[in-house]
Design a protein around this ligand. Structure first.
Ligand code: GGG
Length: 353
């Protein structure tokens, strides 16, 4: 019997709709070949909605999304709207409401793609970042007083809970058990952030004791960014706070060749609500409308979505298709040194299925 999944699509802003279109085409075909049907529920939320309605999405948008099996998101952000409005109006409430506490962001150096780092063979960089996704530095806690006066003051609070730290760290260890190198690196700045990140370190030591078969290391963020450049192959599974995970994964994307290859999943492993899948990149206003955005990050995010929906064969087919297109090298967008369009790359992946 054909299984049917309701997928919410928030293509969003800038290049979001361009890359999401390709991800939908590829995901629908791969799911179909695996005996499943994806029913798209497309929502026109984002900054155009904001210009018309003064908010990024309707008041009941979270209830609407709750009825779906997964969410596919393109990008949010517009040069005429401050980024904290777009993030706090759409992306962050979704992550929190559906307790998508794992932000999973792989970086893999594909055959046929050059790292900006010299002498890195294909496959030598293969790391998986577990970014804490519901608390830390991204909580909406703080305030401003004396606005516009010389004594204006802003407070921005980070929140670290034992439950929040332990569950993301445990998820990282569980993933490490499934990988050959079985290593977890924890990244903090606990020498300077003496409360939240010290709690994080304590949680890391506590959870690590349950996994004697996993090698561990704790690095300060300043050392970690250095090692991401100097020897990224030394990392296997990396676990970090919301902010540090976000920054590290842009670096991780660039050392494996392009932001256009960086996929991510915002996941609630308990499956109480929908998880959300999105490319790591933003709306890229500089290339919007030119038809040259790399759709592979969105396509690989859709593969993560299919994996989460337990359509593993479909997910694997997409990942292998992307690897073939990159290995062959004939069809690629300008970020990877090619001249192909967004839809030509999507079409090339479709042909592999
Ligand atoms: N692809 C989603 C997107 O547009 N992300 C923009 C962004 O700034 N995200 C910040 C975050 O992931 O925390």
């Amino acid at each position: 019997m054909e299984r049917t999944f309701q997928i919410a699509v928030i293509a969003g802003d800038g290049i979001g709709p361009e890359v999401t279109r390709e991800a939908q085409r590829v995901a629908a075909r791969a799911a179909g070949l695996a005996g499943a049907r994806l029913e798209w529920r497309e929502f026109p939320w984002g900054t155009e909605y904001y210009f018309a309605n003064g908010r990024m999405a309707p008041p009941d948008f979270l209830e609407t999304l709750a009825a779906c099996d997964a969410i596919l998101l393109g990008a949010v952000g517009h040069p005429r709207v401050q980024d904290h409005v777009t993030l706090n109006g759409l992306l962050l409430p979704i992550r929190r409401r559906f307790d998508q506490y794992i932000c999973l962001r792989p970086s893999y150096l594909y055959e046929g793609v050059s790292s900006p780092l010299v002498g890195k063979p294909a496959g030598s960089i293969d790391l998986l970042v577990f970014r804490e996704n519901t608390e830390g530095e991204y909580v909406d806690v703080g305030g401003r007083v004396y606005r516009g006066f010389p004594e204006e003051t802003a407070l921005q609070t980070a929140v670290f809970t034992r439950r929040g730290c332990e569950r993301i760290i445990r998820a990282a260890f569980e993933a490490a058990l499934t990988r050959p190198r079985r290593k977890v690196s924890s990244i903090t700045k606990s020498n300077a952030q003496g409360y939240g990140m010290v709690l994080w370190d304590e949680c890391f030591a506590h959870v690590a004791a349950d996994y004697p078969q996993v090698t561990t290391e704790s690095l300060l963020i300043d050392r970690a960014v250095m090692e991401f450049v100097r020897q990224p192959e030394s990392f296997d599974v990396v676990v970090a706070s919301n902010l540090f995970g976000d920054i590290l994964t842009d670096l991780g994307a660039i050392v494996v060749g392009s932001m256009g290859l960086a996929a991510s999943g915002n996941i609630d492993p308990t499956r109480r609500g929908p998880s959300m899948f999105e490319p790591v990149h933003g709306s890229a206003p500089d290339i919007t409308g030119q038809g040259i955005a790399n759709p592979l990050a969105a396509i690989l995010s859709a593969a993560m979505m299919l994996e989460h929906l337990q359509l593993s064969a479909a997910a694997t087919a997409i990942r292998e298709g992307v690897a073939r297109v990159l290995r062959h090298g004939g069809v690629r967008t300008p970020d990877l040194g090619g001249r192909s369009s967004t839809s030509e790359v999507g079409e090339a992946v479709l042909r592999t299925l």
